[in-house]
Design a protein around this ligand. Sequence first.
Ligand code: PLP
Length: 398
Amino acid sequence: MIPALMPVFNRADLAFARGDGAWLTTTDGRRFLDFAAGIASCSVGHANPHLVAAIAEQAGRVMHVSNLFRIPEAESLAERLVAASFADSVFFCNSGAEANEGLIKAIRRAQAGNGHPERTRILCFDGAFHGRTLATLAATGNPTYLEGFGEVAPGFDHVPFGNMNAVRDAITAETAGILIEPIQGESGIRPADMRFLQELRAVCDEFGLFLGFDEVQTGIGRTGKLFAHEWAGTEPDICSSAKGLGGGFPIGAILAKEEVAKYLTPGSHGSTFGGNPLACAAAGAVLDIILAPGFLEQVRTRAAILDEGLDALLRDFPEVFTERRGLGLLIGMRCAVPAGDVVTALREHGMLAVTAGDNVLRLVPPLTLTEEDCTRALLLLRETARAVPARTPEGAAA
Ligand SMILES: *Cc1c(COP(=O)(O)O)cnc(C)c1O
């Protein structure tokens, strides 16, 4: 018989009763170092006192009102995101997919408003992941995820990640914009070349296209900057955010320049829950922490500790790990054995991580992890590397 909870996920048989910083405790009292962090979402750690207090305080005052009224918590959150980023204006929603859905709509609407209603197509990249709604699945383009869901939503073209000639060749009179993850997350923590991102900016300017960055996974301090595109010294016209923004509380956002945002006029887009007082109080508390002086520097310092230790693991266990990639605390370790085996073995050693595509072990700890957590993680990874049985990854050449 089908479980009451729809079996959409392959779940590990672990349930957690509580958390504390980068640690989780199961219902039967076992402790795990959490380098999964709700898939890069628990940005400020579990049971963060500042976040917990902000949520409790807001819930005790007013949790939800309609967007038909002013929401001071949303106004101040938007102002802070605008002050800290390239953006002039922000729209709040509830998830990454919804943010990207809105980003796609905003790009099309801005083209239409600019006198180019024929420009509707969005140029995306092989290996992308933009979400699970019908439009963001089409933007994702992965045939496995599209299987059985009928006609693919029209309006998306795909080219190889990092190939500027292919980008230029794919631009037509109907192209509205480009959507890219500065570091592809789901498909294996694959960073775009910084120069490629700059060239995308230039090609968008040349052809009157809008540049959209999907920073759902890379944003909110994950790479050691508020947004990953800051590393490239280039700015999008519009950018999506979610995962780390609420520190585990569901909230997404679209950040945009005025020239795009101004076309999302009253009634053109919306969300019942998007930007409600509770979600915005949570995200506000997250920003208190992430934008505090020295915090992003600390993320980079912690990342440097992990990078050094992981490079040592690469040298010591070439039969397990073959490559380290990523930026800041968005780390991928490409594996010579099935990455799923490493995740399982890691769990047996008391540490949680997730896989990503391309046989990659994905390490995305809370940004607030301590130096001691870093040391501990490297130790557990080393013990795991010793224990993991040699096995060829499925689909890889022997
Ligand atoms: C997780 C993710 C999404 C989808 O976010 P949801 O909140 O699951 O809808 C979109 N884009 C990227 C880059 C992601 O990592």
